[in-house]
Design a protein around this ligand. Sequence first.
Ligand code: C2E
Ligand code: MG
Ligand code: MG
Ligand code: MG
Length: 290
Amino acid sequence: RAKGAGKNQYKLFDKETDRLLVRKMELERDLRKALVNEELEVYYQPKWDAESNHVSGMEALIRWNHPRLGVVMPSEFIPIAEETGLIVAMTRWMIHEVCRQNTAWQSLDLLHICISVNMSIRVFESGLLGEMVEEALQETGIKPDNLELEITETIAMYDLQDTIKQLKQLKQLGVRISMDDFGTGYSSLGSLDELPIDALKIDRLFIRQSDLTSKQAIISAIITIAGQLNLEVIAEGVETEEQMSFLKSRGCRVMQGYYYGKPMNAKDIEKWLEQPDNSKQIKQIQLSDQ
Ligand code: C2E
Ligand code: MG
Ligand code: MG
Ligand code: MG
């Protein structure tokens, strides 16, 4: 009997492996067409300034609306895009689309914020990033500091001198740079002061509700490092009021997470902005800006 059950389990496992393999092959085959067929969509997640209570920025996160499989998440297809080299064209599209959308929102007077785009190591390797950014800035007319590029420790440390060189060129164009998922990658602590960055994003792993107590010292240390290096600090993955007030008490001002808003497509962001709590704050900012 036990043997039988084991055998069934093995068969089940086999089927699951086959299914995943077939799916991966399908995704690999279809990803080439996804860009041309306009199946990629940008979602936006608000960054919230918890001190002045307003939207202070957004992060762009890519989604693939596959015609048959539905929404495919970046954790599944970004690695494929990296393996096939499609990531370069995809990032070019992403940067352009984000700048275009941001310009549109600004001309409607809906929002005047900076939007960040996630970077892959392959894009740095291609040597085409500077050109891509310059092109998007020119074609859309967006203010350079309204575009931010999120890099990771892995990108920074892969070829530190080349990364510093590329980042300096990007800073000359006027765009912002932030370090994403800080504290989880191959440590760049010794080189952090050499990187021309504007902000540190504390990884969601440290903020998780279940680990909040045990990670208090690490979170505080990251906030202190950011302050000492004159960097802004952003906490990602804030889901509860408790996380929010803890972070605030430790001096972290900007937060991102489901507590404030999930990633939404452009239409839903516009609806989200219509909610009194979200839009009221933006109007206040605009008044105080005048
Ligand atoms: P990331 O840049 O660290 O983005 C944060 C991820 O955490 C997003 O997942 C977001 O939806 C999720 N998240 C945000 N707030 C919360 C929260 O309160 N709770 C929980 N549980 N999750 C939260 P997503 O959109 O699936 O993206 C995953 C990763 O894929 C990103 O991590 C980023 O590394 C990569 N990625 C996304 N879009 C792009 C892109 O256009 N280009 C590149 N190269 N990578 C991308
Ligand atoms: Mg990110
Ligand atoms: Mg992150
Ligand atoms: Mg993360």
